[in-house]
Design a protein around this ligand. Structure first.
Ligand SMILES: Nc1ncnc2c1ncn2[C@@H]1O[C@H](COP(=O)(O)OP(=O)(O)O)[C@@H](O)[C@H]1O
Ligand code: SF4
Ligand SMILES: [Mg+2]
Length: 364
């Protein structure tokens, strides 16, 4: 039995540039000789959030939890199964192909692997100019001048325009990817593990560049990463995903200082602290992430959860994403307060009262 509970949403920020509501992407699982649809893989299973102009929302979670699919579904690089995406008041999912192409000028993506996302047979200059031509922003000498200026803006020499991607380092290639995304003057960029493949020192340089560009241009970012320590440097707010759902969403300060969802607590406890004299209690996550093709009933995290009040109700009730403190949204029925009363938890087999559990996260 799974109790149907209202799905609550984070409140709209003052003026969201992007609003995502109940967004889902299910991939059909085909089997047998005739490739019949045998089920659905719930890669993204009803996520909601807002991003304001100039804001960075970090999206974190273990590999396979649906981050990339979420970013791609927002841009309709994969077609969402259901939900709503509104950008600057426009219903993105209702746009026809032509209108969607025009919309992509405002919504861009930077990928993890700059090498495979750049055409090896196109010079850097042609790569960056391409968007200018497609969107009829500039042509001829004007396009050339803009392309050179963009290269300078991302820290590359304009003379590099005639070179090919293989002539550059990983960090330089990521700068080319950023210049290409910026060429069409977007207002929102999905950065999908954009710095994950780079060395730590190069990561910091590219993140600094992205922050400078954000300040200068008022860009909004959805910054996807599996590494929480990277997100801490760039995000204003952070959403944590588990098995296709958002399980915690809060300001960066609140999330890193006092994570409330047991999953976030475990993820954060694994981040090493640079000072060797300090330690924090490590919460070891047991078991693997379950398959999104066959998610556990109730709270998707229950087979791995360390909360002392975890009980049978956790494997029955799907925890709604609830605002536990101002702006701090958490999907856990055992962290009070919860709209799922103790009475209904008992009805679902619960034996342990909800009790606030926030293990010591600060260095001890
Ligand atoms: N095109 C696809 N067809 C079928 N399954 C997919 C496809 N793309 C992603 N998935 C599955 O969706 C889940 C989420 O994947 P993904 O969004 O790439 O996660 P993440 O970016 O968090 O690592 C995974 O189980 C993955 O195997
Ligand atoms: S609802 Fe239960 S299983 Fe899920 S995170 Fe909370 S305590 Fe753990
Ligand atoms: Mg991914």
């Amino acid at each position: 039995m799974t109790l149907p509970l209202p799905n609550s949403h984070p409140p709209p920020s003052i003026q969201p540039l992007l609003s995502v509501r109940n967004l889902a992407k299910h991939f059909p699982i085909k089997s047998g000789l005739f490739r019949r649809v045998a089920g659905n893989l719930r890669a993204v299973d009803g996520i909601s959030f807002d991003i304001a102009s100039g804001e960075t929302l970090g999206l974190v979670g273990e590999s396979g939890c649906g981050k990339t699919t979420a970013g791609r579904a927002i841009l309709r690089l994969v077609e969402p199964t259901s939900g709503d995406v509104t950008f600057d008041g426009i219903n993105v999912l209702s746009l026809n192909a032509g209108a969607m192409r025009a919309m992509r000028r405002q919504m861009q993506i930077v990928f993890q692997d700059p090498f495979s996302s750049l055409n090896p047979r196109m010079t850097v200059g042609a790569t960056v100019r391409e968007g200018l031509i497609i969107h009829a922003i500039a042509e001829g000498a004007a396009a050339d001048a803009r392309m050179r200026k963009l290269l300078e803006e991302v820290g590359l020499r304009p003379e590099y325009a005639s070179r090919y991607p293989h002539e550059f380092s990983g960090g330089q290639r990521q700068r080319i990817g950023i210049a290409r995304a910026l060429s069409v003057e977007p207002r929102f960029i999905v950065c999908d593990e954009a710095v994950s493949a780079l060395d730590v020192s190069v990561q910091a340089q590219v993140i600094n560049l992205m922050q400078d560009l954000q300040r200068d241009r008022g860009l909004a970012y959805l910054f996807i990463a599996h590494d929480l320590s990277i997100v801490e440097h760039i995000a204003d707010r952070v959403a944590v995903m588990y098995l296709g759902r958002i399980v915690e969403l809060a300001s960066r300060e609140d999330l890193y200082r006092e994570p409330v969802m047991p999953y976030t607590q475990a993820l954060l406890s694994a981040i090493p602290i640079p000072d060797p004299k300090t330690r924090r209690r490590r919460i070891v996550l047991s078991g693997d992430v379950p398959s999104p093709a066959n998610p556990p009933p109730g709270c998707p995290f229950h087979p791995r959860c360390h909360h002392p009040s975890r009980d049978a109700a956790c494997s029955v009730i799907v925890p709604p994403l609830e605002e536990k403190a101002s702006g701090h949204w958490v999907a856990c029925i055992k962290q009070p307060p919860s709209m799922v009363s103790w009475e209904s938890q008992k009805e679902a087999g619960g034996t342990r009262q909800p009790e606030r559990h926030v293990p010591m996260m600060a260095p001890t």
